[in-house]
Ligand binder design. Sequence first.
Ligand SMILES: Nc1nc2c(ncn2[C@@H]2O[C@H](COP(=O)(O)OP(=O)(O)OP(=O)(O)O)[C@@H](O)[C@H]2O)c(=O)[nH]1
Ligand SMILES: [Mg+2]
Length: 201
Amino acid sequence: MIFGRSERGKPPVEPVTLKILVAGGFGVGKTTLVGAVSEIKPLRTEEVLTEAGRPVDDTSGVEGKHTTTVAMDFGRITLREDLVLYLFGTPGQDRFWFLWDELASGSLGAVVLADTRRLEDCFAAVDYFERRSIPFVMGVNCFEGSARYPVDEVRQALDLDDDVPVVLCDARDRESAKEVLIEVVQHAMAYGADRREPVTT
Ligand SMILES: Nc1nc2c(ncn2[C@@H]2O[C@H](COP(=O)(O)OP(=O)(O)OP(=O)(O)O)[C@@H](O)[C@H]2O)c(=O)[nH]1
Ligand SMILES: [Mg+2]
């Protein structure tokens, strides 16, 4: 290989990099999803959940959870040779929400993860993206033992606009998490095109 050239003599492709947020309520699997798809060792900012935090940190349903994100998760995934996603997982607990604006800045879109056992926990995240017109996809993380609902029921329960995709997923599974991210990119592209002003001369 000649320095600066790829094997086939073509110039190396400069990938487009896009920033995607992984948001949602406490303990829905945001850190898990970023870790499942990231091709680099994900950056995590986990702190141990303590006895003192028990009244505010409700781990019912995720009793195996011992840590919580206090700043952000960061990961990267190459979807195609020329398309790289940078993933920013938000902290789920509302006392860390002041960080969201910083994380959301410059993002193409988001996935809002939800756990059907605690659907109301993602209302605030849905509201956040709706208010800022940031396109998002609803990812329903299917924990074992939780009832499965048809996507239309989830859409109705969350009062989502018809154009917001709702995807069932398993945050621990790389392929499943990747599908959700592809959906976010596709949705954000379509959303952007819809809202683009027609060119008038
Ligand atoms: N059974 C099952 N457990 C899961 C799934 N996704 C995540 N978990 C578990 O649920 C717990 C919560 O996952 P996290 O990824 O830490 O959740 P989070 O949304 O980042 O939580 P915060 O950052 O504290 O808001 C962990 O114990 C995970 O192992 C899933 O799809 N199925
Ligand atoms: Mg987390």
